[in-house]
Write a protein that binds this ligand. Structure first.
Ligand SMILES: Nc1ncnc2c1ncn2[C@@H]1O[C@H](COP(=O)(O)OP(=O)(O)O)[C@@H](O)[C@H]1O
Ligand SMILES: [Mg+2]
Length: 233
């Protein structure tokens, strides 16, 4: 008899996740009870109108922001039980984040932008790893350039290299092509998918682009802080 292979734990389990920002009369219920299970390795698109809570949900799922209430387990870590320092530690090396505005450090070269977080995470061989990750995104010839000397598409490639260099199990991308022209954006999307296919990471990508969503296994649509549609994958 063969014993059944246990299913791997999901990458993300969110139960009744709520987020209220501000206080008193200014309090806004941004997330109003999100239930979401994302299996390991899934490629999920998060859609929804502006203001529906996509970026807020990503901030909570990636540990950048603490939920006001509800249960959240990410990569097996109980995010609901962690404080800010604990979340920062849990994030490091396990979760990669790519944002619309690239957020590179202007005083650091491309190489340093990728290498420094690896060093901070205590990852061995940070310099070689940063170089090979920049080569993987087609920037082997731009290692010593500063962000201001790079095009928008090149800056986003550096940000992708930085996010992926620690080999995170989960990658979040919030409108990663939002600041790019269509052709550059398309090449960035191809790059994200190609790198994801190589690493097998779970990918959650926020987008307005229906064509991009169609390339994802699963599409979850938010409206007014709730999941309005989920094609389940
Ligand atoms: N710091 C904040 N204080 C109060 N409300 C906020 C704050 N940040 C975001 N919001 C509100 O939360 C809602 C969701 O925002 P967001 O997650 O950025 O939506 P999306 O990414 O889908 O456009 C919006 O109504 C926004 O105004
Ligand atoms: Mg947003």
């Amino acid at each position: 008899m063969t014993s059944p292979v246990p299913a791997p734990a999901p990458a993300i389990v969110a139960r009744g996740l709520r987020l209220t920002l501000g206080s008193g009369d200014g309090a806004v219920d941004v997330l109003k009870g999100i239930d979401l299970i994302v299996p390991q390795g899934q490629v999920l698109a998060l859609l929804g109108p502006s203001g529906s809570g996509k970026s807020s949900l990503m901030a909570v799922l990636s540990g950048l922001e603490r939920a006001s209430s509800g249960g959240l387990s990410v990569g097996g870590a109980d995010f609901a039980a962690l404080g800010e320092d604990g979340l920062a530690r849990a994030r490091r090396g396990r979760i990669g984040i790519v944002l619309q505005a690239f957020h590179l450090l202007p005083t650091m070269t491309a190489q340093e932008n990728v290498q420094t977080p690896l060093e901070l995470a205590g990852i061995a061989g940070a310099a070689a790893r940063a170089t090979s990750e920049l080569e993987a995104v087609g920037l082997g010839h731009r290692l010593s350039h500063y962000p201001a000397q790079l095009s928008g598409g090149e800056q986003q490639r550096v940000a992708i290299a930085r996010a992926l260099a620690p080999s995170p199990a989960i990658v979040f991308a919030d409108e990663p092509t939002g600041n790019l022209d269509a052709a550059t954006g398309a090449s960035i999307v191809d790059l994200i998918f190609a790198r994801r296919a190589e690493t097998g990471a779970t990918l959650v990508i926020i987008t307005h682009d229906a064509a991009l969503a169609a390339r994802c296994e699963r599409v979850v649509t938010l409206a007014d802080g709730r999941i309005a549609e989920d094609n389940g994958g």
